[in-house]
Write a protein that binds this ligand. Structure first.
Ligand code: ADP
Ligand code: MG
Length: 610
């Protein structure tokens, strides 16, 4: 048999390569935009006609190409960006394969105009299906302009395969956004069939996000910053309340390159876990900077997938950074009780400092009485839930005993003392269920039961992590018989349950003697609480797949929290609010249900049509 292997002609080889690199107009857009960025441009425009099927033009003001380079740029594996294999491990440019222009030229009619700085004349090249049709000097400005006409003109199968114009335009806009987002230092514009789609000025990352996704985006962003030896992170996540039902704006950039990575996506989603349900997706715009030698970009022709040397560590760092950002940052500006912990909040003016609602109630003041009444100091009552917290204990001794009537009066129309320095704050209990707190910029409505559940949950989480919560010994230890399964479970969880504050010993096969309970449980029905705890634990484990500690903490918090329907005194409300805002995640229960809603004053005014 004669030899049958032949080298493919360049044009054919390029067409095959094009199949990988250029799948649709949007792929050509991406390659041309990236080349323009690599050329050091600070102003790039994209002109599209007929969804890129008729024309894709990218104009830049970068360093341009010499006549020789202009011609060479269309050769396969011709690149100015790497010189040796070693350079592959230190890539700082978007491109490096030297394939894009060769691929595009193989399947379209391409016109290039380019001029380097200082030259009077530039070069113009027309190339069609890999064949140079024209090369001459031209009059053009510094920089480069590529016009790609009739994409796939010589590959009808692929041209027919293209989707409708709206679909192809959507892909183009997506690529444009991915590139423009991460290069806020470059001005970008885009025109489609003569209409301006984007006109993005140079600015900050935040300004660029807002420029692309609209003014309303600004208030939705929470900054995320983290710097470690492995990776630096900078960017934004959306506040939980703006999460969407579909994966929307989710962007990871690694060394200024858009990437897709389900694993890291999971890290962000996971950081939101207590704030969002499974079918809600946060937006995020996160720029990671990593030593280029620790990543491999070369695994995918369009370079949207990369390999990390340290993927697990990066996962952990992202998750923590996002969690911290959400926890520390004021989720909405009206809730900024921890000013010093917040990063940079452009929405808040420096004059807008908002304080923790502090209340000074002059309990002696009675508008219907003229004589001064000496304050009656009450003994610490074990019935007062706030005495659960040691930090509150000194306050509780100062609480004035008020009868129902007086309490109601004080709660509904509190009399503030007239200390000029103190900002007046109002806390009002609504329906024995909610607490209305009035701030300068609006109001908060706090769900008392959920708020207390959140407070206890975090307390228990800490106890479980760092050792024992405080225990109150029972005067008469109680023997409880459990079902075999529950006894087994309690046995298994005994270290943790003891860390919650319980004290017990096993007695026989399925009985336990309980000698101590968490001190915040007043006159507890020990059997009910423990059975409830185990029941809830099993349920959470099978349905929510919670971690052991979280599960125990939430189960206990649920049973020990103050309930809706309980009337609260002013001081109790104050303590509750203070404690809530000392929490790491004050805004919701671990299951994502809100503890607080905000009534923004501006929104309120708007609703009344002011
Ligand atoms: P790569 O970007 O991988 O190097 P391309 O085929 O995209 O490969 O481009 C080939 C070469 O053409 C580049 O390495 C660069 O030297 C040159 N080039 C392409 N576009 C531009 C541009 N807009 N400005 C200046 N040079 C360019
Ligand atoms: Mg390129």
């Amino acid at each position: 048999m004669s030899d049958i292997i032949k080298l493919l002609p360049d044009a054919v080889a390029n067409q095959i390569a094009a199949g990988e690199v250029i799948q649709r107009p949007a792929s050509a857009v991406k390659e041309l935009l990236e080349n323009a960025i690599d050329a050091g441009s600070d102003n790039i425009s994209l002109v599209i006609k007929d969804a890129g099927k008729a024309l894709i033009q990218v104009n830049d003001n970068g360093f341009g190409m010499s006549e020789t380079d202009a011609r060479l740029s269309f050769e396969r594996h011709a690149t100015s960006k790497i010189k040796s294999a070693a350079d592959l491990f230190n890539i700082n440019t978007k491109g490096f394969r030297g394939e894009a222009l060769a691929s595009i030229a193989a399947i379209a009619q391409v016109e290039l105009k380019t001029k380097v700085e200082g030259n009077d004349l530039g070069t113009q090249i027309v190339i069609e299906g890999s064949k140079v049709k024209e090369q001459e000097v031209c009059n053009c400005s510094k920089g480069t302009s590529f016009s790609i006409k009739n994409l796939f003109f010589n590959v009808p199968a692929r041209r027919n395969f293209l989707k409708s114009n709206p679909v192809e335009i959507k892909h183009i806009i997506e690529e444009f956004q991915r590139v423009a987002l991460v290069h806020a230092e470059i001005a970008f514009s885009m025109y489609n069939n003569g209409n301006e789609v984007f006109n993005l000025k140079k600015g900050s990352f935040r300004q660029r996000i807002v420029g692309i996704f609209g003014d309303k985006t600004n208030q939705k962003l929470v900054p995320v910053t983290e710097s470690t030896d492995i990776v630096s992170i900078e960017g934004f996540v959306s506040k939980p309340e703006f999460a969407k039902k579909t994966r929307g704006e989710q962007y990871f950039f690694v060394n200024d390159r858009f990437i897709k990575n389900p694993y890291l996506n999971h890290a962000v989603q996971n950081a939101f876990d207590q704030l969002l349900s499974k079918d809600q997706f946060p937006a995020y715009f996160l720029k990671l900077t990593i030593d280029p030698s620790k990543i491999d970009i070369n695994i995918h022709p369009t370079k949207t997938e990369i390999k990390f040397e340290d993927e697990r560590a990066i996962y952990a760092i992202i998750r923590t950074a996002v969690k911290q950002a959400l926890g520390k940052h004021n989720i909405t500006p009206t809730l900024d009780f921890e000013q010093e912990l917040s990063f940079n909040v452009p929405l808040l003016k420096s004059t807008d400092t908002i304080k923790i609602p502090t209340i000074k109630v002059n309990k002696d003041y009675n508008p219907f009485e003229t004589k001064t009444v000496a304050p009656k100091v009450r003994k610490q009552s074990t019935e007062n839930w706030e005495s659960l917290y040691s930090s509150f204990q000194k306050d509780t001794t100062e609480i004035i005993e008020h009868n129902e009537e007086k309490e109601k009066q004080q709660v509904i129309s509190p009399n503030w003392d007239n200390d000029e320095e103190e900002e007046k704050q109002t806390l009002i209990q609504l329906h024995s269920k909610y607490i209305l707190a009035q701030l300068k910029s609006g109001s908060l409505i706090i769900d008392q039961e959920r708020a207390h559940t959140r407070i206890l949950f975090e307390e228990y989480i800490k106890n479980l992590a760092h050792g024992k919560g405080s225990t109150q010994q029972l005067l008469f230890p109680e023997t409880i018989d459990f079902t075999t399964a529950d006894a087994e479970l309690l046995n298994e969880l005994q270290v943790e349950v003891k860390n919650l504050g319980f004290d017990f010993d096993k007695m026989g096969k399925s009985s336990f003697v309980i000698s101590g309970v968490p001190s915040e449980l007043k006159e507890p029905n020990v059997k009910k609480i423990l059975e409830g705890l185990l029941e809830q634990f099993k349920l959470n484990e099978s349905e929510l797949k919670l971690k052991k500690h979280e599960n125990l903490a939430i189960s206990m918090a649920r049973s020990a929290s103050i309930k809706s329907g309980k009337k609260l005194a002013e001081e109790e409300m104050k303590a509750l609010v203070d404690q809530l805002f000392a929490c790491e995640m004050p805004y919701s229960l671990p299951n994502g249900k809100p503890t607080i809603i905000t009534l923004n004053l501006e929104d309120l005014n708007q609703q009344f049509d002011y």
